[in-house]
Design a protein around this ligand. Structure first.
Ligand code: BDP
Length: 720
């Protein structure tokens, strides 16, 4: 009888699954669909007859419910969780401190190597009984292990003879939300902020828990919930209560809350006359404020600060430097274990000869001047999250300071949330870059994970792409960027291709037909975007303010906010001369990188116009003139998107209808917008090259004037 019930249940679940029930994407990569491979299903069911989770904390409650939920759904039989290991083929989860059984297993020396957040997933035999054990020194570590185990099953991996040892390579793995208190999101394209400030602290949206689950499943352990363009109000008593309510939801998931600190807060909400970091009253105000925060949120993470950049107040307003400002806050946080993340994305009010040089110029001399609990948070490139940038020269150049990587997950410059662009190859390109700071092999990844200079703290921040859209990120594929960011923050050496494989299996399907189409499509999507937006090292040529669409003609106002400043197209050629004959930004890199970027003939062609002003007729390595190569790459980019569209259509029936239609429509937008980028840029640059677009290509069907006159209001992501 029991078998019959099980049979029907299995049948029902599989049936619902196979008919392609609509999915709205809310479940992200935690869909826990029934395993439809019978051989594997048998293997899993045989290996996991029972589940035991030790411990009684809030975190262990989370593990119990996640494991029961995941296994019951995927293995199509109800699992309950007990606390006694009575037989074999048990999945056992625990720590040496919450379980006698785990202590008896002799795992201590292995666990010692894994720190607090690492974990083991191993097959053990004790008293002749075989079990699968997930063990860690901390309960949060076992939660990470539990999610890893569920991922194995979700992605149809064997669970026989497991011997997995995992440890995060960084200590701080954070999301940065650029969310405002009015729920708009700076550079957000997936709706409004998920933080419902008006109803907090009394109403706790269930979405907060799902947010925490998703983040914990990829190892994210901190979140800055407010915009870097900060509002001091969040530091008032009224808001601290709201923040504390969120912190309470996130705590069991190992996620700490951080806030952005507006430097002028002592004046704005504290009634002081100054925010000078060397003023004793100011330091005292922050000390008291921090104490107040820790009273409400004992595990508060610390502050993220944007100072003296784009109009934000900072220590320079009082003739002090970044270290003075950061250390003053660091001293207030230190007794509580908090950190300061001080951003290196700075603008001088005097326009510099080359904005790419500015962060290095201001921060490199301050190396060694920051307190121990200060990170300097550096964007991946020296300008601003462009489709392609060389790695930031500060990486490797501040050996005495822990540098935190800042990637942008939200697609401000990479197609908003309408373009399918898998960003992990961009992240990977930067992490793999060799700074040569301490000789060959001094990769950015090693700077970030702290291993190059032996730092205690290490970390990564990702500017979030999350909003209150039902599917969290607007574009169903933008979920992959959140996922990949988390995985890379955990281990900056993972490959973007392996991450894509994991994500596709969990988010769409384990069907090789689907994987074989989606993986290459995702892997080439970033290069396609570079081709149709900014090939060969072009950068910052998007529309003004909202940054949506092309704007190579943007001029007027502050020069380093215009496109002309960056592309410098004229009758002789195009590109920004940052070589030793130009702004000499190349001097900020170590040899041999400096030489490589400095010499036109050695410079990687995909960064050519970043570092050089190049004649239109210059011959590239393949013999093409620069102008023809530019044309080729723009057309290649639009062709690649059309190809993606075709490939996606081939998956009809293999993907649930709702997400299939959603992506189909977005791909049509992407085709249209890639053509818009291509035509507008080529027509604009052609005025200077005075060379024809090669005959073989379809001619732009609109005039340059048409594109220049397009005006858009209410583009998401900025104040309108
Ligand atoms: C730029 C964005 C702006 C941000 C700024 C920052 O356009 O909205 O405030 O970066 O990172 O990319 O501070």
């Amino acid at each position: 009888m029991a078998n019959l019930t099980k049979f029907f249940l299995t049948f029902l679940l599989l049936f619902t699954f196979l008919i392609g029930k609509s999915e709205d994407g809310y479940e992200l990569w935690l869909r826990y669909k029934p395993v439809d491979n019978q051989v594997l299903l048998n293997e899993y069911c045989k290996a996991i007859k029972e589940v035991v989770v030790f411990g009684q904390s809030e975190t262990t409650e989370v593990i119990k419910s996640e494991i029961a939920r995941g296994l019951s759904a995927m293995l199509v039989q109800p699992y309950s969780v007990s606390s006694v290991v009575s037989s074999e083929n048990v999945l056992v989860i625990g720590t040496p401190s919450n379980s006698e059984f785990i202590r008896s297993l002799n795992l201590v020396s292995r666990l010692d190597r894994l720190g607090n957040e690492g974990y083991l997933i191993v097959e053990t035999t004790s008293k002749g009984k075989k079990n699968i054990v997930i063990a860690s020194n901390s309960e949060v570590g076992t939660l990470y292990g539990a999610f890893h185990f569920l991922r194995l099953i979700q992605s149809n991996k064997s669970v026989v003879a497991l011997n997995i040892e995992e440890k995060p390579q960084t200590t701080h793995r954070l999301l940065n939300h650029w969310d405002n208190l009015d729920r708009t999101i700076e550079r957000g394209y997936a709706g409004f902020s998920i933080w419902d400030w008006h109803k907090l602290p009394d109403y706790i949206d269930p979405r907060y828990t799902d947010y925490a689950r998703a983040n914990a499943s990829i190892g994210i352990n901190g979140t800055v919930i407010t915009n870097v363009n900060a509002n001091a109000l969040v530091l008032t008593d009224q808001y601290i209560k709201k923040v504390a309510a969120l912190a309470k939801v996130f705590r069991p998931y190992g996620i700490k809350i951080y806030l952005t600190a507006r430097f002028s807060a002592p004046v704005e909400i504290g009634g002081l006359k100054t925010a000078d970091p060397l003023d004793a009253q100011v330091a005292d105000w922050w000390k008291t404020k921090v104490e107040e925060i820790y009273k409400a949120i004992p595990d508060f993470g610390g502050f993220l600060v944007k100072a003296n950049s784009e109009g934000q107040p900072g220590p320079q307003n009082y003739g002090r430097n970044h270290a003075d400002g950061a250390n003053m806050l660091a001293k207030a946080l230190a007794p509580h274990g908090g950190v300061v993340m001080w951003r290196a994305f700075v603008y001088d009010h005097n326009v510099p000869d080359d904005r790419a040089k500015q962060a290095y110029t201001e921060f490199n001399p301050l190396d060694g001047k920051f307190d121990e609990n200060v990170f300097v948070q550096v964007k991946n490139g020296a300008i601003d999250f462009q489709p392609r940038e060389p790695f930031h020269p500060l990486f490797g150049a501040m050996p005495k300071t822990p540098l935190m990587m800042e990637f942008q997950i939200t697609q401000e410059y990479t197609g908003c949330a309408t373009h399918l662009v898998y960003l992990a190859p961009l992240f990977e390109e930067c992490l793999d870059a060799d700074t040569h700071a301490k000789g060959k092999g001094s990769t950015v990844a090693k700077v970030i994970d702290g291993s190059l200079d032996n730092h205690l703290y290490s970390g990564m921040a990702g500017v979030s792409n999350i909003g209150n859209d039902r599917n969290w990120t607007g574009h169903p594929f933008a979920q992959s960027n959140w996922y990949a960011y988390g995985r890379l923050a955990w281990n900056p050496n993972l490959s973007s291709e392996d991450i894509a494989d994991e994500w596709i299996r969990q988010t769409f399907s384990n069907d090789s037909k689907v994987i074989d189409v989606l993986k290459p499509m995702m892997m080439q999507s970033r290069e396609a975007m570079v081709d149709y937006m900014t090939p060969l090292g072009l950068h910052h040529i998007m529309a003004r303010n909202h940054h949506w669409g092309p704007g190579p003609w943007v001029d007027g106002g502050r020069p380093d906010w215009t496109s002309l400043y960056y592309h410098r197209a004229d009758s002789l050629g195009i590109g920004f001369n940052r070589s030793s004959t130009g702004s000499n930004a190349v001097a900020q890199y170590y040899e041999p990188v400096r030489q490589q970027f400095d010499k036109l003939e050695n410079c990687p062609e995909n960064l050519l116009l970043w570092f050089h002003h190049v004649p239109w007729t210059y011959k590239l390595k393949n013999g093409q003139t620069l102008w023809n190569a530019i044309c080729d790459q723009y057309y290649r980019g639009t062709d690649a998107v059309k190809q993606m569209q075709k490939q996606w259509q081939g998956l009809k029936g293999s993907i649930d209808d709702q997400r299939f239609d959603h992506v189909s429509q977005l791909l049509q937008i992407q085709v249209n917008e890639s053509v818009w980028w291509r035509n507008a840029c080529l027509l604009y640059f052609q005025q200077f090259s005075k060379m024809p677009i090669p005959e073989k290509y379809e001619k732009p069907d609109k005039t340059l004037e048409y594109y220049q006159n397009l005006q858009f209001r209410y583009v998401p992501g900025i104040e309108n």
